[in-house]
Design a protein around this ligand. Sequence first.
Ligand code: HAS
Ligand code: HEM
Ligand code: CU
Length: 575
Amino acid sequence: LEPEAYRARVAPAIQDTAYLANLKKVTQYYVATAFIALFIGVLIGPLQAFNYAGINVYENPILKALLKSYYQGLSLHGVLNALVFTQFFISGWLLYLPVRDMGAKINMKFAWGTYIMMTAGLLIAAIPLLLNKATLLYTFYPPMEGHWSFYVGATIMVAASLLVAGQVILTWVGWKKANPGQVTPLVTFMSVSLWMMWLVCSLGLVSSALFVLIPWVFGLRPGVDPLIAKTLFWWTGHAIVYFWLLPAYISWYAFLPKQAGGRIVSEPLARLTFVMFLLNSTPVGIHHQYADPNISNTWKIIHMFLTFLIAIPSLLTAFSIAGSLEDAARARGGRGIFGMLTHLPWKDPVVVGQILAMVSFIGGGAGGIITASFAFSPVIHNTAWIPGHFHITVGTAVTQTFMAVAFWFIPHLTGKRLVAPKVALASMWLWFTGMMIFAVGMHWEGLLGVPRRTLISAVALPIYKEGYMHSTIPMALTGISGVILLLAGLAFFYVIFATLLSPRRDDAEATTPLPYSESISPAGTNLKTASNLVRATEPLLALWVVAFALVALMYGPVLMRLTQNASLVPGCNFY
Ligand code: HAS
Ligand code: HEM
Ligand code: CU
């Protein structure tokens, strides 16, 4: 992107300082709420890691007063980290970036309205969670039944995010009308396509909430069909991982090159990546249900191939970002394979955090592709392997990227300066090291058959020792990782909260500007002269329709069969 062209485009909105301050404020609220949720969620994590080291801390009276059971803690951990933290951070990030990128003036009352609605939904759902009335784990599979307020609160939260999506997409439609024949700028393109993807994928969860779960918990239906609910859950539940991941990709593609001192390799390629995710993220969810009955093997295998296909845009991203980092290292005087590594800015926590997040994703992605295999799945499904996989995808690739982004984004939004950059840097290394050790320990335990979601340290310590005798080393690794991650979390949250509480210095537009990168191959601005790839990816509305059609095609027959054979069972709970 040409910096001059960018400045000209966004000038009117920037000059309206009151508007800009308000936009930054609402974004700051989203981001701060996200990190408060993550703080609580992360504090529970090490306790679970100790469990997988054979150490049961849940009998401790102080802890007993706070958490009624391992499962209440695990429910809070999963919901706060994977659902609340991500959704709040992403809603702020993906509202602010495209609006700034287009230089648009949005309706700020509406923007605040969505924030308030999302927070209200969170509070409504949090009460039963804290009262141990919604100890359902973050997947809330029926027939486990929680208090109705959990389902209602969660639905309100998701609905609020759909309104954010609507506001951004409509702002873009307005931008298109005002700028006919122009190529959508990259950050806007990525954000809009991602919000469109979220609308396609959230349909599963929304219909489960409206037509299955809420009527059931209010007693309007005699029971619930667990398989239908689970299938609708994974319709959303797989693609949601890309709703988490792609905001990190936006940072890796659009901002990290500049932060590292290089350029974006190819804007058209970045656009292609996002379109592939829009089309193919959703119709793959049955790889979570290989073990479930009443879904034919044919559909399971089709979804498996589509899962392999959805690894391709991530592979494109891997090579493309590696190219940006090489470009950065060269510009900083690096030569040769090792020069590429040594000449990156290893003292900058923003860059280091993101590079380490990516390195973790090499393992997370490779593990995901292995996990997706129909033949291998029975070995590791429902074992500790699975938390091993997703703590180096969502728990590191995504979370650590958001953490590193916060080191510049919070100063940018608040006009404050990052407190203790060295502690920030240390927290990134600690988090990465802790998560890599955690991943080795948990994948390994999984291969030895240790089940996930089990208070294994208490129920079966003798069995743990007998049955999983060979697991001493991975157990030790998991326990050690819990300690390292606790330290990492404390260091990180010290930096974030101390920064938020420090005094404001300026409006940050000059001191911490949006770190737009230049491109080696830009997409251009005029559609007529743009490349075929840019022209093919520009009609996002049409591509969106194709995405809806694909998901209907790939889920319609599966859901039809499940509905024809529906059998309702009553709810139950175990807490
Ligand atoms: Fe997954 C289960 C398959 C990606 C999250 N996954 C989960 C669950 C979660 C999750 C939360 O097929 C658990 C759900 C539950 O509670 O039951 N996953 C995949 C596949 C991918 C994948 C094929 N997962 C993710 C991402 C997640 C995530 C992303 C969160 C953000 N996953 C599965 C399957 C299951 C599953 C099965 C069900 C298992 C079961 O039995 O229950 C792919 O999208 C991965 C593609 C990624 C790559 C990596 C690209 C690498 C990049 C980094 C490059 C690095 C550079 C740095 C440039 C191909 C982009 C270089 C710099 C230097 C200095 C060296
Ligand atoms: C589950 C540890 C951070 C998301 C788990 C489990 C452990 C663990 C051991 C498995 C529990 C079981 O299966 O019984 C930790 C540690 C963390 C951490 C030590 C860092 C201090 C995170 C982060 C995220 C996350 C940052 C996401 C943003 C989840 C989810 C589950 C989980 C979604 C699954 C819950 C379920 O099965 O219902 N965590 N975690 N964790 N963790 Fe973490
Ligand atoms: Cu999945």
